[in-house]
Design a protein around this ligand. Structure first.
Ligand SMILES: NC(=O)c1ccc[n+]([C@@H]2O[C@H](COP(=O)([O-])OP(=O)(O)OC[C@H]3O[C@@H](n4cnc5c(N)ncnc54)[C@H](OP(=O)(O)O)[C@@H]3O)[C@@H](O)[C@H]2O)c1
Length: 321
């Protein structure tokens, strides 16, 4: 049975997980219902979104009484436990939403029964980290990973809203990823199946897109302060430029959106920048050099500067003013 969308565009689902299990993989799910281990930011938001999409969320585990209580208030019909292993007594699909460093340890504490599936929500780890949870060789148990590219906060409703349109990277067993793709669509997200072995690169790019952008903003705000702008002022002035650049990259491609002194081979301006950074914001010099070297790579690939101009820019970036 198919996932449908309601008037608000949110995924809804008429089929139970059991119907899906029967259609896709008769042995894939021992019990209907989703269980969640970890009632933190991700576990709670996913629990709420999955339940609202019509998939039964039957069990949750959290060691914290307040978090268990909050989860039960938000997800009707769920049973709450302290021990992760208890979730496996009730759920067919178990989502491990605990910090990355705790995933392998919990996988050794729980044992999947034939037909159960276990997935984690880490962006950095592959599905294989869950291997110890497979009880015995030959026992069918689906292992996977299900990573929402969303920055979750302690505000549950905001986090649930942010799942709408979010990309979920899926990896793991084939039949399980098909089921996970249905689940992602049901909660309003977009599934993305990653080629085997590519997860670390995918996640590193995500870290640059979010944390890297924040680090860049921090450097921009530092420099803006020397120009008399407070943080709000810098975000207004440079934020607009950043948005225009992103729009240009979307419209014309990344390489075509590059402008500035590196593209012109303007070594005098680059030297002046490095000099002013060294005296006013020394902590930003290395970042400026590294990003300028990356720009020079783009310029070289575009072939828009003569080799001697490229060499001059490389030289000034190495030596500075
Ligand atoms: N935060 C994000 O923006 C984000 C985005 C995408 C993916 N993720 C991934 O989602 C996963 C969970 O992240 P989160 O932000 O939800 O973490 P979190 O808010 O810190 O919540 C983690 C949950 O796991 C429980 N837990 C922690 N250590 C445990 C252990 N040793 N044994 C059993 N339970 C343990 C916590 O404690 P209690 O048992 O006390 O409740 C809590 O309920 C991570 O793999 C993370 O990489 C996070």
């Amino acid at each position: 049975m198919k996932t449908e969308r309601d008037d608000a565009g949110r995924g809804t689902r008429r089929a139970s997980l059991n119907d899906e299990a029967e259609r896709r993989a008769p042995q894939a799910m021992a019990w209907p219902g989703v269980g969640i281990i970890g009632a933190g930011a991700v576990g709670t938001a996913l629990g709420v979104a999955i339940s609202r999409a019509g998939w039964p969320v039957v069990a949750v585990a959290s060691r914290d009484a307040d978090r268990r209580e909050r989860f039960c208030a938000l997800v009707p019909g769920v049973r709450a436990f302290i021990e992760p292993a208890a979730v496996l007594d009730h759920a067919g699909l178990v989502i491990l939403a605990v910090p990355d460093h705790a995933i392998a340890g919990i996988a050794t504490q729980i044992k999947l029964r034939s037909g159960q599936a276990l997935v984690h929500t880490s962006g950095a780890l592959g599905a294989e980290v869950l291997g110890p949870a497979v009880a015995a060789e030959g026992t069918f148990a689906g292992l996977g990973a299900f990573h929402p590219l969303v920055s979750f906060t302690s505000d549950v409703e905001r986090s649930v809203e942010s799942l709408e349109g979010a990309t979920f990277a899926l990896d793991g067993d084939e039949r399980l990823t098909e089921l996970l793709a249905d689940l992602v669509v049901a909660i309003g997200g977009t599934p993305l199946r990653l080629p085997r072995g590519s997860k670390a690169a995918y996640h590193a790019a995500a870290v640059l897109a979010s944390g890297g952008l924040v680090a860049l903003l921090d450097a921009i705000v530092t420099l803006g302060a020397t120009a008399g702008l407070d943080e709000r002022g810098s975000l207004a002035v440079y934020g607009r430029l950043m948005e225009q650049t992103l729009a240009n990259a979307r419209a014309s491609g990344v390489a075509a959106s590059l402008t500035g002194p590196v593209t012109r081979g303007d070594v005098g301006t680059i030297a002046a920048h490095i000099a002013v950074l060294e005296s006013n914001a020394p902590g930003v010099v290395e970042l400026y050099r590294a990003l300028s070297r990356r720009q020079l790579r783009i310029v070289e690939e575009r072939g828009s500067l003569a080799p001697n101009q490229v060499a001059a820019v490389r030289d000034v970036l190495a030596k500075g003013a």
